[in-house]
Structure formats: C-alpha cells, structure tokens
Design a protein around this ligand. Sequence first.
Ligand code: PLP
Length: 383
Amino acid sequence: MDLSYIINELAEERENYFNAISPPIIQTSNFAFPTVEAMRSAFRDEMSTYLYSRGINPTVDILRTKLAALDGAEDCLVFNNGAAAVFAGVLANVKSGDHIVSVQHPYTWAAHMFDRILPRFGVSTTYVDGTRIEEFERAILPNTRLIYLESPNSWWLDIQDLAAVADLARSENIITLIDNSYCTPLYQKPIELGIDIAMQTATKYIGGHSDTLGGVLCGSAAMMKRIFDSEYLCVGSGIQPFNAWMLLRGLRTLPMRLERIAQTTRQVLDFLKSHPRVEETIFPLDPDYPQYALARKQMKGASGLISFYLKADTIGEIERFCESLKHFRMAVSWGGHESLVIPKCASLEPSAFDARNRNHRMIRLYVGLEDGEYLIRDLEQAF
Ligand SMILES: *Cc1c(COP(=O)(O)O)cnc(C)c1O
C-alpha cells in the first residue's frame, strides 16, 4: 500500500459524512441498536460493533486502520497515551510466576512497571545490554514470556538486532514487544522483521504539535483482540475521539516533518561534532556510531533526537549551557514542532554530581522544525 494512500485516503469513507475532507469527530459515548439480536451480537464481540466508546469508536477506527497499515500489521489499538499502550501490551502477556527480559534503560514508565508494579504480582524482569544477542540468550529462563525492546532506546540510543531477537524469541515461544517511538513505522518496521507487537507513543511524531497524547499497539488481529477484550476495555485507557482526530490531522504531515527534521538533525549533528566543548555525540545514522552497520540495515532513517556529552567540570556549567539556550526549550517529551533540550543532571541531586561520570554530563537535544542555522546559532552562543 502506498504511504500517500494510507495517509490521505485509507479508511476515509467520505460519502458517509457529506463528502467532508476532514473526518467527523464522532463525540458519543454510546450507540443504539434496532433489535435485541443486534445488541446480543454486539455483546458477543464488542470489537466488531459500535456499542460504547470505551471500546470501538468510528473516528478512532479511521486512525486504527491507518496506523495498522503504516506498520504492516493486521490490527491496531490506540490508547490515551504511550505509557498506557506499554502497560496494556505487557500486562496482557504475563501472569504470576512469569519472567520478562527487557533491554536496559527502557522508557521511564516502562521501567517503573517492571520494577515497582509487576513484582507485586509475581512477575520479574531481567535487564540486558540489548546490543548483544548473547545477552538475550543468556537471560532467557524457562518461564520467560516476554522480551521487551526499545530500539533505539532513550538517551543512549542503543539499538537491538530486531530480526535476530525475533528469531530467538520465536524459537523459545516468547512474545516480543518493541517501543518503536524513535523511528515510527516510517523509519523502522518491526513487524516485518518478526516482532509481535510494535508500540509507539503517538504523542511524539504522529501528533507532532505538542498538543495531544496518544499511544499505539500494532500486531496480529488475534493479539489485538486479546488485549482489547481484557486490558483495553477493563482499564479504559483508550483514546478519546477528539484526540484521535488530532492525531489523524498530525498524520497528514508526518512524512514531510520527519524528512525535514532528519535534514536539520544532520546539520546540528555536524555542528556538535566539530565543537570543542562536545566530548562525543550519539546518533544512530552517524558513521561514527558503534552500531552504524546494524542501524543502516534495519532503519530507513533517524531524526530528531541526539545525545551528547558536554565537557564540563561542574554541574553549574551544564546548567548554564541549558539555561542559555533561547530557542531550544527545556522540557520533557519531543516530536513536536519545537526544539528541546534536557540534561541528564536534571534528574540528579546536585550533591551527587560527579564530572568523571560522563552520564552525568549527558544532554539530549530534540531538533524540531526550525531552520538549522537558527538552531546552530543558538547552540553556538550557549556554548
Ligand atoms: C514519551 C515516550 C513514551 C510514553 O509516551 P506518552 O505518550 O508520553 O505516555 C514511551 N516511550 C518513549 C520512548 C517515549 O519517548
């Protein structure tokens, strides 16, 4: 299916709504039935009928169909945010006594779930260095049910060999779930590489304007139905029709935004690499990146997020740099129009700062839609 078709036409049955170009926001909680039998049939399988908007909703369905197609998946569920999608995707696949193997340094709230919530229900997690397939092999136990990936992962942008992990997991009957937020399905298609569930936060690139949240799970129809019938309906973390509409709107410009951001990111990266105050940069599609060959093999592109180590002797120097930036806003999240900066030391007590630990001197930039030259001038004056 052509990308342009998916984004501009797929699932938009405009004759059903006055041939409007923009789809309607079906802002309703419930749907009426003409007969008892129709209602009974909806109760039998809520995923195939409009019954109640905690389940299926027509505006959300347009988004689901498009996002499933982007990932090359049979079906898709859209949640109110990315953390909810992660939670449902994992919860649906483990029970008491099970074991999870996760890539180290997963997204904050994925780590919270593994460390704080799941142990209360008898589910344990082993973290591995995901850059080495042997680490996964070694960590798998007889009760391992799920392998959790994030490639590239947050901050360090380490990547995992997705096809190799998928093969290993299949041979051991283990479900694989990847957080694919960095790449989006435009730059990496995990399902095609054999991963069972592709998750992404739609808050970032799909929304693209820092004005709504959303989370996505894509996978087989059977897997999506299993999650829908249980965690999705029970927790009620599905997306609302208006937010789904916002994400449909964001989706229209996703390819061009990513392309533009990828270009500007390269300009900013080149500048950082040549600057004397930068000790080292991390960007997956940089030939100096340690896993460059693998990145080239499984990723069609990379954009936006760059991490780097700032040369600094004190925490004050890092704080001054971040606070001197005028156009990179200091904020969490990314994927919007606006460039952002976040220093690792923001999650450190100042007394714990150690300049010899370079992770304490780590800074993550998100490059948005501004002009490259404009952003580079800002970095220059802050250095
Ligand atoms: C932001 C983010 C999430 C969580 O998404 P929300 O929509 O904020 O809940 C998950 N994974 C990664 C990699 C993220 O950056």
